[in-house]
Write a protein that binds this ligand. Structure first.
Ligand code: NDP
Length: 433
């Protein structure tokens, strides 16, 4: 803790993992003998750099860039880049730490990393975003590569930003290295289903959790927080399964639409026009915008937090349980506080933590790397089927492992143990490195 002072989110993420590992450490004393936990908590490399750029008024702006290359035991570092004013080193470290175990859970050959900047893309012109990104890559390019570190998107980083990054990387290196970034447009090396993968994957995971309880998705009332990439495609898949999504949100407030969210309107507002979700009510009768509202006050059977970390606290969890909640599937990273998780677990709610439930995004990124390496591109249907099977396997592994360790239905324990063991075994094999 002394070494990582003030990094509260990082402490929270580490604590959640370590608390569940005690039974594994008892079974495998060699992990403690080789200080696997101590080593796993220390990033292999942390890069912090200045990102100077010039805004449309001609003023110089300075941001801070980060890349935390956390663990490469299973493959090149892999994890998204986040552009949001709240980003600090502690944020990136918590995300990178989670990413190690999430990536291991997918069973694919990818290590864990994360990066980003405190740059705020909101209200910036395309030209400003481009100049910022070009400056960001001017430093980052020397640390990344298809065999070293492969970034992707996260909050504030979508296809536009990845396009600018790839263009700048290609220009500096004079290499068309498709595998250096994922989340690219399918028009030039991106994989189909990558855009949809995290949201779809969270719903596939939810479906598997519900199956163990003999419940289906059809007709269920759902609430999905956020209205970004993950939220949009979680809503899409829920609707395809016949569930009814009555609310979504952004950081300004909540849309409540009792007739069911009209996703085409959300896509038009958020993906095309880059507007705020409050504009939804101008285009749709019967819906209300609750400024600064709390989305978890809206009664639902299924809750999918898809916005950001610690967006759902203990009080929210109690409200959800009181309102008849059946299951939670996290599209976001660490959206539920430790108090909320405890409420869900004590109430016997099926609780799918982000590390497992949102692993579909990075899994499909790894499939994008496979396609780039073989200069191939797969159909939408084939890619979606691969994603579905991966999510089913993650679910099964977490479920079986929790049962093996005497904690049936505890996906937190199952996911942490499966992910940790894969990484630990590789680290043991490599010796003290
Ligand atoms: P986007 O930038 O596309 O969307 C983020 C959404 O969350 C927006 O609606 C945003 O609202 C809202 N949001 C962000 N920060 C806050 C905040 N501090 N308070 C309230 N609302 C907030 O990001 P993604 O959809 O890609 O990411 C969402 C979550 O999913 C993150 O936790 C991310 O780490 C996680 N994730 C994403 C993956 C991916 O493939 N993209 C993969 C795995 C996990 P506003 O516009 O007002 O900021």
């Amino acid at each position: 803790i002394k070494r990582n002072q003030g990094e509260h989110e990082f402490h929270q993420a580490v604590k959640e993992v370590i608390e569940t590992l005690e039974p594994v450490l008892r079974k495998h004393p060699e992990y403690a003998d080789h200080k696997i936990i101590e080593r796993i908590c220390e990033p292999e490399r942390q890069i912090i750099f200045r990102v100077p750029w010039v805004d449309d008024k001609g003023e110089v702006q300075i941001n801070r860039g980060f890349r935390v290359e956390f663990n490469s035991a299973l493959g090149p570092y892999k994890g998204g880049l986040r552009f949001h004013p709240s980003v600090t080193l502690g944020t990136i470290k918590f995300l990178g730490f989670e990413q190690i175990f999430k990536n291991a859970l997918t069973g694919l050959p990818i290590g864990g990393g994360k990066g980003g900047s405190d740059f705020d893309p909101k209200g910036k012109s395309d030209a400003e975003v481009m100049r910022f990104v070009q400056s960001f890559i001017l430093e980052l390019y020397r640390h990344i590569g298809e065999h070293t570190d492969v970034p992707a998107g996260d909050i504030g980083v979508g296809a536009r930003e990845i396009g600018y990054m790839f263009g700048q990387y290609k220009r500096i290196t004079n290499r068309y290295e498709s595998g250096v970034l994922t989340g690219k447009s399918p028009a030039w090396g991106g994989a189909l289903v990558r855009k949809e993968a995290t949201g779809y994957g969270a719903v596939f995971f939810l479906e598997e959790m519900l199956k163990t309880r003999g419940i289906g998705l059809e007709g269920k009332t759902c609430v999905v927080s956020g209205s970004g990439n993950v939220a949009i495609y979680a809503i899409e898949k829920l609707q395809q399964y016949g569930a009814k999504v009555v609310a979504c949100s952004d950081s300004n407030g909540v849309i409540y639409d009792p007739a069911g969210i009209d996703l085409e309107i959300v896509k038009q507002l958020k993906e095309v026009e880059r507007k705020r979700i409050s504009d939804y009510v101008k285009l749709r009768g019967g819906a209300t915008f609750i400024e600064n509202g709390n989305i978890w006050d809206i009664p639902c059977e299924l809750a999918l937090p898809c916005a950001t970390q610690n967006e759902l606290d203990g009080g929210d969890a109690q409200t959800l349980v009181k309102n008849g909640l059946l299951a939670v599937s996290e599209g976001a990273n660490m959206p539920s506080t430790p108090e909320a998780i405890k409420v869900f677990q004590d109430a016997g709610i099926a609780y799918g933590l982000g590390k497992a439930a949102n692993a579909g995004g990075v899994a499909t990124s790894a499939l994008e790397m496979q396609q780039n390496a073989s200069r191939d591109s797969w159909s939408f249907e084939y890619s979606e089927e691969r994603l579905k099977v991966i999510m089913q396997n993650i679910h099964q592994n977490c479920y079986d492992t929790a049962e093996e360790y005497g904690s049936k239905g505890n996906y937190v324990l199952g996911a942490n143990i499966v992910g940790f063991r894969r990484v630990a075994e590789a680290m043991l094999a490599f010796g003290v490195v």
